[in-house]
Design a protein around this ligand. Structure first.
Ligand code: OAD
Length: 245
């Protein structure tokens, strides 16, 4: 199976990679669904919605501060590094990540959007400004803007619309790619969840990498089951003929 994926990628002119929480699992960052997932122990509607933030910004910020603590200690893993390598070796490349941890960015990858935002960026809803806030733990909870308003994490919460510019870019690259590789996502959250089907309908090829079957598996041309930190470097090595690590 992996050889078929390698052969396809060798012929690929425009690769779109989509990642979810699974790519960062081997960096020690919890995923959302599944047995140890965040949504097993926390209620999304109490922590990741605009209503929750309005009701109790302190509770929401404490949860994000805890996650920032975990993510702040994490490093990009072999899977992140292999994706960065794919950017270098495939003619045209784009990455859409649903992750807010910023780990892809730390590999130096260039052609990327973080479609659910970034948990190191904060936004003031009064003046609309965004800035990076790298403090771990936060000096004050909730953090305040210079204008006195409470800052929010610049991430997309349930019930909010996706950022227009990023979403347009995502649909644009999806329409241009000839191969889509979907890594470490349960395929439960739209719009990204609909991309494999759309790419297939326009004649593209879909490769999935996940620990286990997902709704994407029935659409994908190839599903590779295992850790993305093992499979992705093996794919890169298959394309380049050189050891990655
Ligand atoms: P999920 O937690 O729903 O799915 C993670 C997927 O990664 C699962 O299918 C796992 O089987 C797989 N996985 C875990 N470890 C892996 C590994 N080492 N290698 C390969 N696969 C692995 O996370 P997402 O699909 O990213 O949105 O969730 C999508 C969105 O739902 C998130 O961005 C977040 C969440 O609610 C918001 O907060 C708006």
């Amino acid at each position: 199976m992996i050889n078929r994926a390698i052969d396809r990628l060798k012929e690929t002119r425009y690769l779109l990679v989509i990642t979810g929480a699974g790519i960062s699992a081997e960096s020690g960052i919890p995923t959302f669904r599944g047995n140890d997932g965040l949504w097993q122990n926390y209620r999304a509607e109490e922590l990741a919605t605009p209503w929750a933030f309005k009701k109790d910004p302190e509770v929401v910020w404490k949860w994000y501060d805890w996650r920032r603590g975990i993510i702040g200690k994490a490093e990009p893993n072999n899977g992140h590094l292999a994706i960065k390598k794919l950017e270098e070796i495939i003619e045209r490349f784009f990455l859409i990540t649903q992750n807010v941890d910023g780990l892809h960015g730390r590999t130096g990858i260039k052609n990327m959007i973080e479609i659910h935002g970034n948990l190191w960026r904060v936004r003031c809803e009064r003046d609309g400004k965004t800035s990076m806030l790298m403090d771990v733990p936060l000096k004050s909870i909730p953090p305040l803007c210079a204008c006195g308003n409470i800052l929010r994490p610049d991430v997309v919460w349930f019930g909010e619309s996706m950022p227009t510019e990023e979403t347009q870019k995502a649909y644009n690259v999806m329409s241009l790619c000839d191969t889509l590789m979907v890594v470490g996502t349960s395929g439960a959250v739209y719009p990204v969840a609909s991309f494999p089907q759309t790419v297939k309908e326009k004649g593209g090829f879909v490769i999935e990498i996940n620990l286990e079957p997902t709704p994407i598996s029935s659409i994908a041309d190839i599903s590779l089951f295992g850790k993305s930190g093992d499979i992705l470097p093996a794919i890169v090595e298959g394309i380049t003929g050189q050891k990655m690590f």
